[in-house]
Design a binder for this molecule. Structure first.
Ligand SMILES: [Zn+2]
Length: 370
């Protein structure tokens, strides 16, 4: 749709494409997308575009309950990327912002110990990993704000983070091409409110046909976003490839903006005998077996592409000192079949077998052909 058209008109002499709507001397910043699904795009911003981004992000993060007087440690190495603008939101909210970045777990744990922050901002993968490295339950952190990847909204995964940190977990979500932290969850923990309301218009579509779906309470579909006030290079009906569930009923926090819960990414979705399977949903079901599992999984598709023949191989990591038990593997396999209607082959592996990350974790590993 719009993004493809925009990219198609880029050339050596015109890095932004024909949809640049302002004179080049009005641009005050240019970000790059991380290019996880192809070559990076350049995203030019005017001063008002940048200000709107910070406004939307500030609303999203403020929804989680942080405010002036709070000390917040952030862990994003986001400088060159769109998420860098989200960090400006913390100044706007008025919290004391402690940017630590990733790269040194020791430095982060020291900052949490010495600076006694009220909140931390990090990916759910890193929030989980840190629980293996330190006693965070006894820290001062009472709010864990997760973003950057899905997971923070999955009930079992969230429960694990909340128990480990002794803190309330809320999530935020941005879309690189549209803006950082467009959505942020409030203390009711019932999905992420559209913080960028009035700046970005949301739609849901059927991902297969492109047909619009009504934004009714409980509706699901692919999220499509349109810039409303963006001046430099506004995107119209940008397909995010993200599947979400929308809530439009009243929220006790008083915010009237609709809420979304992340379901999965089109790019991650597998189709096993005509059944759509999202890796995040597999993790959620497996996490239901905690404490008999660590909560980490890896799906290893045997065929290239989306369509897979059953059984779908799922590797499940055990907690420390546990040994593989065929009865547990069988129970997980049956639960996956009952809940997701998918046949799997469950392999239990010892604690520490699956990769840890201070940024994002992939739930799918390609390349195995056996
Ligand atoms: Zn709310």
């Amino acid at each position: 749709m719009a993004a493809v058209t925009a990219k198609a008109t880029c050339s050596d002499g015109n890095p932004f494409g024909d949809h640049l709507c302002v004179a080049p001397d009005e641009l005050v910043r240019v970000y790059s997308t991380s290019g996880t699904t192809g070559s990076p795009s350049f995203i030019p911003l005017t001063a008002s575009d940048l200000d709107n981004w910070v406004t939307g992000s500030a609303r999203s993060y403020a929804a989680s309950g942080v405010g002036a007087g709070d000390r917040v440690v952030t862990t994003y190495n986001a400088g060159p990327f769109v998420a860098g603008a989200a960090l400006d939101a913390f100044s706007r909210i008025g919290v004391c912002h402690v940017p630590i970045g990733t790269g040194s777990n020791e430095r982060l744990l020291l900052a949490i110990d010495k600076l006694r922050p009220d909140a931390v901002v990090l990916t759910p993968s890193y929030a989980e990993y840190l629980l293996e490295l330190g006693d965070l339950r006894s820290s001062t952190v009472r709010r864990v704000l997760v973003a950057g990847e899905p997971g923070g909204g999955e009930p079992a995964f969230r429960a694990k983070l909340e128990a480990g940190w002794g803190a309330r977990v809320t999530e935020a979500m941005g879309i690189g091409d549209i803006g950082p932290s467009l959505f942020g969850e409030c203390e009711q923990q019932l999905g992420m409110h559209l913080g960028a309301r009035g700046l970005v218009h949301i739609e849901l579509i059927d991902p297969d046909t492109g047909a619009a779906r009504e934004l009714s309470d409980g509706a699901t579909g692919e999220l499509v976003l349109t810039h409303l006030r963006h001046r430099a290079a506004p995107l119209l009906r940008f397909r995010t490839r993200d599947h979400v569930r929308i809530s439009t009923d009243a929220c006790a926090c008083g915010r009237t903006a609709p809420r979304i819960r992340y379901v999965g990414r089109t790019d991650d979705m597998l189709i096993v005998r005509a059944v759509n399977v999202f890796p995040a949903a597999v993790r959620e079901v497996v996490s239901g077996f905690t404490p008999d599992v660590s909560g980490r999984i890896l799906i290893r598709p045997t065929a290239p592409g989306v369509k897979q023949e059953p059984p779908l191989p799922v590797t499940v990591e055990l907690p420390p000192e546990a040994t593989p038990d065929p009865a547990l593997a069988d129970a997980i396999r049956r639960r996956l079949r009952d809940v997701l209607v998918v046949q799997t082959a469950v392999e239990l592996v010892p604690w520490g077998s699956l990769q840890r990350s201070d940024y994002k974790s992939s739930l799918v590993e390609r390349g195995r052909t056996t």
